[in-house]
Design a protein around this ligand. Sequence first.
Ligand SMILES: Cc1ncc(COP(=O)(O)O)c(C=O)c1O
Length: 397
Amino acid sequence: MKTLPALKIPIFSLKKQHSSLQKGLEEAFQRVVKSGSFILGPEVESWEREFVEFLGAKHAVGVSNGSDALLLALQALGVGPGDEVIVPTYTFFASAGSVARLGARPVFVDSAPCCYNLNVPAVASAIGPKTKAIMAVHLFGQAADMDSLLKVAQKAGLPIVEDVAQSLGATVGQKYAGTIGAIGCFSFFPTKNLGALGEGGAVVTQDPQLAEKVRKLRVHGAKKKYFHEEVGGNFRLHELQAAFLRTKFPMLTDWLENRARNAEIYLSHFSQSKIARPAASECVCNENTAGTEPTDAKLLLPYRCHPGHTFNQFIVRIPGREKRDRIRESLQEKGVGTEVYYPRPLHVQDCFQDLGYRVGQFPWAEKFSRETLALPIYPELEAQEVEYVAREVEALV
Ligand SMILES: Cc1ncc(COP(=O)(O)O)c(C=O)c1O
């Protein structure tokens, strides 16, 4: 086989994506500049309508970013001091930070080794008299086990907040993630499935009262200017970012197809090698997951609990003492960018020390933090580049 010259492949790049959309993005910029309307104008309004139509939901509120979307969703649900919210410990900080920002307590639970999302029995056992909501984070592009989580939540009379920051376009049956629980929170950070040219987020719900509340909280809790019914904040989506998102949105389906194609290239490459195995042989989101780990592989591959995975990240696991970090360094030297999501679970973060959690309490999350590695998968990567990364990884593990 012909050997390729060494390639430089970053973990993520928007260069190609934006150069193909340059004209449209410049037109969007001009449109906003000429309109003279920069705050909550026609672009935000149109974007909210287009986004909600795509999702098949009722209400979308454009907000400043995904972290604030979570904060607003929780506040609209009435979460505050004295309340508890169940949150995975293995996730991005904002999933739990939003709870703490409202003076409530994040109650951490472990994740499942199939898809890295919430383990449902662990959620059920964490529910107590102070629980006010469950935060289902759809990590890495794949939805959590919403059917089982809904059953648990409904039995306890609790709302589910969906953190869809990483999984716009992921499906559960006929529904999009973010439209299944009480309220869905999206991020348009540039690396997400749909990225703004800066910050952006959205809150989506079927409930008109919740939507109304989020709209009010987005502008300092005032329905009528200067008359404040509640303490909200400035959580507005910028008019310019809404215009950019509208320009990029029609490409989302193609980008998701490219991500899926790149995932297939990795999966088919690694599945032909003796060193790799799927991280699970079946979905165990709703099982007691102690002791279900495959032990005969050097590389554990993503497992799809449902068909609707959007591969915002392509996550492999590399078992072995600090082996993941050594391989990551070697890949870096060869010009292949990778990322570690997340090197420290939330229950052992310094800022949550007072909550009284200890190392060893959530074994899967702690293991994922030591072993997971994200490989480049952005939509503009060429097939041969994905193959190249796969070969480099295979040679090192
Ligand atoms: C799971 C998850 N939740 C929330 C957020 C916060 O989104 P933002 O960066 O737009 O505030 C992110 C962003 O990285 C995320 O990955």
